[in-house]
Design a protein around this ligand. Sequence first.
Ligand code: ADP
Ligand code: 5GP
Length: 202
Amino acid sequence: MQALPIYSGATTQEIPALGKLIVLTGPSGVGKGTLMQKLLERHPELYYSVSATTRSPRPGEVDGKNYYFISRNQFEKLVAQGEFLEWAEFAGNYYGTPRTEVLQKINSGKLVILEIELEGARQIRHSYPNALSIFILPPTFSELENRIRGRGQDSEEAISRRLTRAQEEIQAAEEFDIQIVNDNFETALHQVEAVIFAEAES
Ligand code: ADP
Ligand code: 5GP
């Protein structure tokens, strides 16, 4: 496992004025990861927060780059130590945002983006109401299912859990600042960029 930087006692008051925090959320399979990847290629100045998870790596995923892959036991210890800015259980696994890295980057003036599921996004909205939150919607539910299946990386059980959860998640879209439909990929990407960089300049 890659070393996860350790939280040294920052509190919510230390969320800074200098940098900005952006949350990208939406159901599994909607294209959040693909949008993030393109955003980072096009804007290397953005900082993407690498999450910790108890899920097993998918083929090609790299520890410390895609996620910090850790055990449930390790994850629960980090929760107890207050190491996560937010965390949630999703489709049978834990996922969480390491607090230290994110606070350090925001404090140094970086624009930080979290790509997280609904419960975590709600926690961030609650703890950091100044964060900008973007909800990515699929054009239709059947297209979402096609994308999850087309990705070909989840078991039938995982697909069915993700689809059930997706129905609940989509209902929550209006809780977030901005909703963007990822139908045509380039259009959605430009919309996300427009919102993020308008925010950065504000
Ligand atoms: P998420 O990170 O939200 O779970 P992914 O980024 O893994 O979703 O995308 C799920 C699948 O959908 C991938 O195979 C991706 O290539 C595909 N995809 C993403 N955006 C679009 C789009 N606008 N049109 C068609 N397919 C897309
Ligand atoms: P996947 O297993 O497909 O990589 O991710 C499943 C879901 O977990 C996705 O919706 C993804 O955005 C979300 N996720 C990834 N990292 C985090 C995190 O740190 N916190 C929370 N709450 N969700 C996360």
